[in-house]
Design a protein around this ligand. Structure first.
Ligand SMILES: NC(=O)c1ccc[n+]([C@@H]2O[C@H](COP(=O)([O-])OP(=O)(O)OC[C@H]3O[C@@H](n4cnc5c(N)ncnc54)[C@H](O)[C@@H]3O)[C@@H](O)[C@H]2O)c1
Length: 252
């Protein structure tokens, strides 16, 4: 993927940073988009340390203006965008009847609207050049609902529907659109926050759930990054509209 340009949302930390660094190792220049400026700049420094170009745009994926501004800036500074990874996401767990309007809208705003806005901003250029790959971040709970995850789970199911719908529309135009569905991924801030929230709600903790993973360990961000890099590459040029589980066998 030497010299290709990849935009990775939420790449200031966790899985997004691992994806940015993996794509940089494969030869991509990286557009780092994140709401956290210090974290985004730290990722960009790591990308440059790997010998690739990086540009930073700070913004909220749930705001169309931020997304339009970011996409335009990446195009100007890095060149035509070949790869888009819609990774930014948030998790707010609560019993369904206690889920507030604010939690519901915030979750859908980041997880779904963000993906919608970035696809609308970057797909036209890909279609014009008849070349591009998009990878959207769903989840293990994007295929199977679990208690206390109503907003999150519904938003991640929606990401798969959006992926399949766009994939069908652009398949004849040189652009592929896939999704990935990670399982329990440790070493990320989201996992730390989720465990604290699960504890408060009396839900099973990570150690208990990891026992159910056939491959016997939780995932780490690079487990996801490797699959995303594959889907973004020409090695996957006969794949579109898929939602790939990366769960250690937890959901089949
Ligand atoms: N960690 C897991 O167990 C797990 C499992 C399945 C799916 N996922 C999905 O993987 C993705 C990344 O998860 P993670 O664990 O690395 O999360 P994380 O919280 O560790 O990192 C998320 C990154 O996104 C950024 N971000 C958050 N809201 C944003 C917004 N509105 N606009 C721009 N940037 C924003 C954060 O600043 C952060 O850098 C998410 O979509 C998540 O739903 C995670």
């Amino acid at each position: 993927m030497q010299g290709r340009v990849a935009v990775v949302t939420g790449s200031g930390g966790g899985i997004g940073r691992a994806i940015a660094l993996r794509l940089a190792c494969e030869g991509c220049d990286i557009g780092v988009f994140d709401i956290n400026e210090a974290a985004a700049r730290a990722t960009a420094d790591l990308v440059r340390a790997l010998g690739r170009n990086a540009a930073v745009a700070v913004g909220n994926v749930a705001q169309r203006e931020d997304v339009s501004r970011g996409a335009e800036y990446f195009g100007q500074t890095l060149g035509p965008i070949n790869i888009l990874v819609n990774n930014a996401g948030i998790l707010r767990t609560a019993p369904f009847l206690e889920t507030t309007d604010a939690q519901w809208r915030e979750t859908f705003g980041v997880n779904l609207d963000g993906t919608f806005y970035f696809c609308q901003a970057i797909l036209p250029g890909m279609i014009e050049r008849r070349r591009g790959a998009v990878v959207n971040m769903s989840s293990w709970v994007g295929k199977k609902g679990v208690p206390n995850h109503a907003a999150y789970s519904a938003s991640k199911f929606a990401v798969i529907g959006l992926t399949q719908s766009i994939a069908g529309e652009v398949a004849g135009l040189g652009v592929r659109v896939n999704a990935v569905c990670p399982g329990i991924i440790v070493d990320t801030q989201m996992r730390v926050d989720a465990e604290m929230s699960n504890q408060r709600q009396g839900l099973p903790d990570v150690t208990e759930r990891v026992r159910a993973i056939p491959l016997g360990r939780p995932g780490v961000p690079d487990d996801i990054a490797r699959v995303v890099a594959f889907l973004a590459s020409d090695e996957a040029d006969y794949m579109t509209g898929q939602a790939i589980n990366i769960t250690g066998g937890l959901w089949t």
